[in-house]
Design a protein. Sequence first.
Length: 96
Amino acid sequence: MKTFRYLPGVATLSLDDTTCVGCGMCETVCPHGVLKIDHKKAAIIDPDGCMECGACATNCPVHAITVTPGVGCASYIIQTWIKGKEAATCGGGSCC
Ligand code: SF4
Ligand code: SF4
């Protein structure tokens, strides 16, 4: 699953590193390795890997992460499986 990626540059993921307490929960729950603890703070290391599942924001104890959940474009991902990456489109659903 890690080989399938969202459209580049459009993820709504945002991190307030001044609020982050470095607990590491977001790094633990992220299924795509988007977040990593660096110098006792979370950092977004792969923004285009974010599928906007919302797990990090839901599990952050201090609400340092915001992401619009549920808009990881399942249509696009499924089309990459069926048609290949070049032919896949987002589909124009509620996410775009
Ligand atoms: S929304 Fe999901 S995929 Fe994106 S950074 Fe958070 S846990 Fe990872
Ligand atoms: S879950 Fe929140 S407080 Fe914990 S490391 Fe991630 S952003 Fe920081």
